[in-house]
Write a protein that binds this ligand. Structure first.
Ligand code: SF4
Ligand code: SF4
Length: 457
C-alpha cells in the first residue's frame, strides 16, 4: 500500500498545468511555428538554440499542456526564466501570438507547483511581497540608501570591496544617483500653463522606483505636461503596479496591487493616467486581462487600462508647445522593450526629440533589442544580462552620441552600468528629463504651484 501510494504520488507530480493561471490553450495554439520571431529574440540571438527561442518555448509550453513534458522538468523552468519577457517576439508574430501572458502564466504554474529553496522563497516574500507592496516602506528604504550614497558610505563600501565580497558587484554598479526627496502622492501638484483651450487634467502614476529613486524625473514629466496645458496630480492611495510580481509568477500579489490602484484612480473619472516607466505602463494596460475573472473588478479594470498612457504617448497625442531652449548635442535612443514591443510605441519618443531645436538623434544598431534589464533579470541572471548590456554599450559607442535617451528606469540603470563597464562616458537620461531641460527645467518654477507639502505620508 505504501509503495502504491508512493507511485501514485509520483504520478501526480508528472503532467501538465493545473489550478489557476494556466496558459490559455487558444493562445498557445495560435503559434503556427513559422519561425519569424526567432531573429528578434535576444536569447536566441545569443545562444542560437531553438529551445531558447520563442518558438522553442511555446513548444515547451504546449508539451506541458499536453502532458508530454513534466511541469517540473528543469528544462522547462530554465527556459521560462531564461526568457526576458521582452515581448519582441509578440511584435513581429504574424499570427498574433500573445506571448507575454503565456510565459507569465507558465511562471505562475512553476511557482505554485515547484518547491523552491527557503532562501529563494524568503527573498521573494521580503523583496516583492513585503517591500514593493508598500510604497511607504519602499520610500523609507530608498531614503536610507540615498543618505548612504550622499554621505559617501556606499563609495566607502565600494572601496573596501564589500559589494564584491557579498556577491553584489553587479547590483552595486546598477545603483543610480537617488533623488534626494521622494515624490509622495498628494503632496505635490502642478497647474497648467495657459495653452489653447481649457486645461486638461492628468493623473500621474508614481511607480515604486520612479517615485523614489527617480522622483525628480517624475517631477520633470509633470512640469513638461503642465507646460503643455495639463493640471497634474497624483492620487494618494496608489501603489506599485505589480509588474515585477507578474513577471515572477506572483499573480495573486499582482492582483491585490491592481485592485488597490483601480480603487485609487477611480475617483478621477476618465482623466488620463500617465506613466513614466514603460514596464509599469505595459502592466497597467493589462489590468483588464489580469482581473478578467474577478466579477467585482473585471469591468473596472478594463476601464482603468483604457485610461493608461505612456508619457510620450500622452504628449504625442497633442500639439506640443515648442520647447524654447535649444539643446545642441547628439543623442541616441534606447527603446524600452515594454514601450516598443508591449505597447508598440516607437514613433512618439522620436517625434518629441525632433521637436527640440539643435538636438540630433542618431540611431544606434538594434535600438529595440533588449538591453538585459528586464525587471530583475539583470540581478538574477547577470551573465546573459551583461552580455546583452555589453552588446548595447557597443552599439551606443559606435555612434557619436553623448547621451542615450530612454523611457524606463530599468533600461536607464542597465545601459548606464553597461556603458561604465565598457569605458564610455555617455550618460543615460529619461526623455522626461531631456524635455524638461529644453523647457527650462525646474529653475523656471513656472509649473509648480504653492509650497509643496513635504509631510511624509
Ligand atoms: S510565435 Fe508567431 S512568429 Fe513565432 S513561430 Fe509562432 S507563429 Fe511564428
Ligand atoms: S519575450 Fe523576448 S526573450 Fe522571451 S521568447 Fe520572446 S523575444 Fe525571446
Amino acid at each position: 500500500m505504501a509503495v502504491a501510494e508512493a507511485i501514485d504520488a509520483d504520478l501526480l507530480r508528472l503532467g501538465g498545468f493545473s489550478g489557476p493561471d494556466t496558459p490559455e490553450d487558444d493562445l498557445l495554439r495560435a503559434c503556427v511555428h513559422c519561425g519569424m520571431c526567432l531573429s528578434s529574440c535576444p536569447t536566441y540571438r545569443l545562444t542560437g538554440q531553438e529551445m531558447s527561442s520563442p518558438r522553442g518555448r511555446l513548444w515547451l509550453m504546449r508539451a506541458v499542456a499536453d502532458e508530454r513534458l513534466d511541469l517540473l522538468d528543469p528544462l522547462f523552468d530554465e527556459q521560462m526564466y531564461q526568457c526576458l519577457n521582452c515581448r519582441a517576439c509578440e511584435a513581429v508574430c504574424p499570427s498574433g501570438v500573445h506571448y507575454g501572458p503565456l510565459v507569465e502564466a507558465s511562471r505562475a504554474q512553476l511557482e505554485s507547483h515547484r518547491p523552491r529553496p527557503l532562501p529563494q522563497r524568503a527573498l521573494r516574500r521580503v523583496g516583492l511581497d513585503w517591500l514593493f507592496a508598500d510604497a511607504r516602506r519602499l520610500r523609507r528604504l530608498v531614503g536610507l540608501l540615498g543618505l548612504a550614497q550622499r554621505t559617501g558610505l556606499i563609495a566607502l563600501g565600494r572601496k573596501l570591496g564589500i559589494p564584491q565580497r557579498l556577491g553584489m558587484g553587479d547590483l552595486e554598479t546598477l545603483t543610480p544617483r537617488i533623488s534626494r526627496r521622494p515624490l509622495v502622492p498628494g503632496n505635490e501638484r502642478w497647474t497648467a500653463d495657459a495653452v489653447n483651450g481649457a486645461p486638461a487634467t492628468v493623473r500621474l502614476f508614481n511607480g515604486c522606483v520612479m517615485g523614489t529613486v527617480f522622483a525628480n524625473t517624475n517631477r520633470a514629466a509633470a512640469r513638461v505636461m503642465a507646460r503643455n496645458g495639463a493640471d497634474v496630480a497624483l492620487p494618494v492611495a496608489q501603489q506599485c503596479c505589480g509588474a515585477l510580481h507578474v513577471h515572477a509568477g506572483m499573480m495573486e500579489e499582482a492582483r491585490a496591487l491592481a485592485r488597490t490602484n483601480i480603487d485609487a484612480f477611480e475617483a478621477s473619472g476618465d482623466d488620463p493616467i500617465v506613466v513614466t516607466a514603460a514596464g509599469c505602463g505595459a502592466a497597467l494596460k493589462e489590468y483588464g486581462y489580469l482581473l478578467k475573472d474577478d466579477p467585482a473588478y473585471a469591468d473596472r479594470a478594463r476601464r482603468f487600462s483604457d485610461r493608461v498612457q505612456d508619457f510620450t504617448e500622452h504628449l504625442g497625442a497633442h500639439d506640443l508647445v515648442p520647447p524654447p531652449k535649444p539643446l545642441k548635442r547628439r543623442v541616441t535612443y534606447q527603446e524600452p522593450c515594454h514601450l516598443a514591443h508591449a505597447q508598440r510605441i516607437s514613433a512618439q519618443p522620436r517625434a518629441l526629440m525632433a521637436a527640440i531645436s539643435g538636438l540630433e538623434l542618431i540611431e544606434m544598431k538594434e535600438s529595440a533589442l533588449c538591453c538585459g534589464s528586464a525587471g530583475i533579470y539583470n540581478i538574477i541572471r547577470p551573465e546573459m544580462a551583461n552580455e546583452l548590456g555589453d552588446r548595447k554599450a557597443l552599439h551606443v559607442m559606435e555612434t557619436p552620441a553623448v547621451e542615450v535617451v530612454t523611457a524606463n528606469p530599468g533600461c536607464q540603470m542597465q545601459v548606464s552600468a553597461s556603458l561604465r563597464r565598457n569605458g564610455s562616458l555617455a550618460r543615460v537620461r529619461h526623455i522626461a528629463d531631456l524635455l524638461d531641460e529644453a523647457y527650462g527645467g525646474a529653475k523656471t518654477k513656472r509649473a509648480l504651484i504653492g509650497k509643496p507639502d513635504l509631510r511624509r505620508k
